[in-house]
Design a protein around this ligand. Structure first.
Ligand code: NOJ
Length: 604
């Protein structure tokens, strides 16, 4: 078989790894040989400074991961107890959703003290132990940083609400009502809405003004036009950076600023020219005055400069800023990285790819091409799942092939260029389990929005460690019910099954960390007219090319990977990973895939 390679100059350096390393075991979909106490490490190219560039980040919802004291709520010591599991999975960093003291109205996203740990989760000493123990396993801890709002029980807001002339008054967004008089509160200043339903303005009888809250009433928005707010957060960042955190994930960053003109937002119309109505029964607004205003960029430049003060070439290396960046297009995403001389986020989330929410080959291809070609030298952060959205089964599954589809999604997650972020439990195929009765709902938006919006409990159920009554999560009563499917979907069962989702995740992560094309290679789409199978090639200077094909349909497919402008000719393929039951293709021009099948192979 004749073949050419566009870029490859030598494969000598990789041959050793390929033939004496873990590849034989990976081929055929077997569990890679990750020995207890070891982890797949990135190659020498990933220095301490740029550890995050081809990294694997694992999101933990601490309330639901592991309870260590029997109160039914997960905690920091529980996470520390599970670090070996995360090391063996190949995780480089853990993003912890908020563990600060909080009244827990929004389960931690309503913070009442930014420099402590909520007693439900432990103590600062427990936190320091977690950072230290994680560090021993080369895992960094990334904190959630909520700068858009505080809890209404935070001292700043208590002060602010106490009188109109309190020094903290202008730390929040206070405004008179429309038509307000000495005796009449009028109506809210404009039509702005809370993301969690209804007006974003809350009347305060004591000081007779409205305050703005983009999220719950108990989450008043901070006023970022006030420089003291900036200083307060720089100080908070330093507090945690000194404790050795690997960085921060910035919550709701696009809603930091509101337009001082205070004009109404536009109403989004449906195709019949009628206002679109959201799950809470409110007209859908266009977000033009409250979302993605340019002021957030200088703020993030300040936060990045603060974070960079702590960079060192010893663990934890460069501190990393991750953004919760739901944005309309790739151009807006690019801005989040900031100018070269005034950087902002290293890793703003590319939600363009992961939240397409349907298996549409053309849409995925186009968004992955965007990530490859429109972000300059920046690293995409690919993410499909988190604690705010139904899990993968509910957004991508068809109810019949959910497991196979989860393999498809995880392949895109780990085999695309960039850093991969995933949500606890995805690695064992945990499913969304929403409450069935309004009376059981814990997340307040599920109460406001029932039955259209059932809230986020369904994706926050306890981690399923084993088949025991509470799935090994707690010895007490779990704060959310443990799904009945934990009898079969759990870590212990997955560890015993070479074809499990867990084995699949480990294989993909090992490939990502050890295969030179995956570590550094560009993404080049193949077979680009195909609407049923998404195929791409990873190619790095001096390394064998690797092709990836994922079938987005329930029918078997045969693809020809030479059918594109990539310059590939029919060649032999060496299988690196394939769906259980998949076949080894004879040649690059005839790759056969089963229903929702995945194939990864090296061009020989
Ligand atoms: C985004 C967080 O992910 C979500 O859980 C939270 O409710 C809102 N921001 C408000 O902080």
């Amino acid at each position: 078989m004749h073949w050419t390679k566009r870029i490859i100059t030598t494969i000598a350096s990789c041959a050793l790894i390929l033939f004496s390393g873990p590849w034989a075991q990976i081929a055929g979909g077997q569990t890679p040989p990750v020995k207890p106490g070891t982890r797949p490490s990135s190659s020498s190219s990933a220095s301490m400074q740029d550890w995050w560039k081809n990294a694997v980040i694992y999101e933990i919802y601490p309330r639901s991961f592991q309870d260590s004291n029997g109160d039914g709520i997960g905690d920091l010591n529980g996470i520390t107890d599970r670090l070996d599991y995360l090391r063996d999975l190949g995780v480089d960093a853990i993003w912890l959703t908020p563990v600060y003291p909080s009244p827990q109205v929004d389960f931690g996203y309503d913070i009442s003290d930014y420099k402590n740990i909520d007693p439900q989760y432990g103590t600062l000493a427990d936190f320091d132990r977690l950072v230290a123990e994680a560090g021993k396993r080369n895992i960094r801890i990334i904190m959630d940083m909520v700068m858009n709002h505080t809890s209404d029980k935070h001292e700043w807001f208590i002060q602010s609400q106490s009188s109109r002339d309190n020094p903290y008054r202008d730390w929040y967004m206070w405004h008179d009502g429309k038509g307000q008089t000495a005796t009449d509160k009028g109506v809210p200043p404009n039509n702005w809405q809370s993301v969690f339903g209804h007006s974003a303005w809350q009347w305060d009888e004591k000081t007779r003004q409205y305050y703005y809250h983009k999220f719950y009433i108990q989450q008043p928005d901070l006023n970022w036009y006030n420089p003291k707010v900036h200083q307060a957060f720089e100080d908070i960042l330093r507090f945690w950076l000194k404790r050795g955190v690997g960085g921060f994930r910035f919550d709701a960053i696009t809603t930091l600023y509101e337009d001082p003109g205070m004009a109404d937002e536009g109403v989004v119309m449906d195709k019949d020219g009628k206002p679109k109505i959201n799950a809470y029964g409110d007209p859908q607004l266009d977000g033009s005055k409250t979302d993605n205003l340019p002021g957030l960029h200088p703020v993030m430049q300040e936060m990045r400069a603060t974070s960079d003060e702590f960079n060192s070439n010893k663990f934890p290396g460069e501190r990393v800023l991750i953004g919760e960046t739901y944005l309309p297009n790739i151009e807006e995403l690019k801005k989040m990285y900031g100018p070269v001389d005034k950087p902002e986020f290293q890793l703003p989330m590319d939600t363009q790819v992961g939240f397409i929410n349907k298996l549409d080959v053309t849409a995925f291809r186009s968004k992955l091409i965007d990530a490859e070609t429109h972000l300059s030298a920046n690293i995409p952060l690919i993410v499909f799942d988190n604690h705010d959205n139904p899990r993968l089964d509910a957004r991508y599954g068809d109810g019949v092939h959910d497991t196979e589809i989860e393999r498809v999604i995880s392949t895109i997650l780990f085999a695309s260029r960039g850093t991969s972020l995933f949500y606890y439990g995805d690695e064992i195929g945990m499913k969304t389990t929403p409450p069935t009765r309004k009376a059981d709902v814990k997340d307040p938006i599920g109460v406001t929005g029932w039955p259209k919006e059932k809230g986020r409990d369904g994706e926050r159920t306890p981690m399923q460690w084993n088949a025991s009554k509470n799935a090994g999560f707690t010895t007490g009563t779990p704060w959310l019910p443990v799904p009945p499917n934990s009898a079969t979907i759990n870590v212990k069962a997955a560890e015993a099954n070479p074809d499990s989702m867990l084995a699949w995740y480990k294989s993909l992560i090992l490939l990502k960390k050890t295969n030179p094309a995956f570590e550094q290679g560009a993404n080049l789409m193949l077979d680009t007219d195909n609407t049923k199978v998404l195929s791409w090639m990873r190619q790095a200077q001096g390394a064998p090319q690797v092709v990836v094909s994922v079938n987005f349909t329930a029918d078997p497919q045969l693809v020809n990977l030479t059918a594109s402008g990539a310059g590939l000719e029919p060649a032999h393929l060496k299988t690196l990973l394939k769906s259980p039951g998949g076949v080894d293709p004879v040649s690059l021009d005839r790759v056969a895939l089963g229903p929702f099948g995945v194939y990864i192979g090296e061009v020989q």
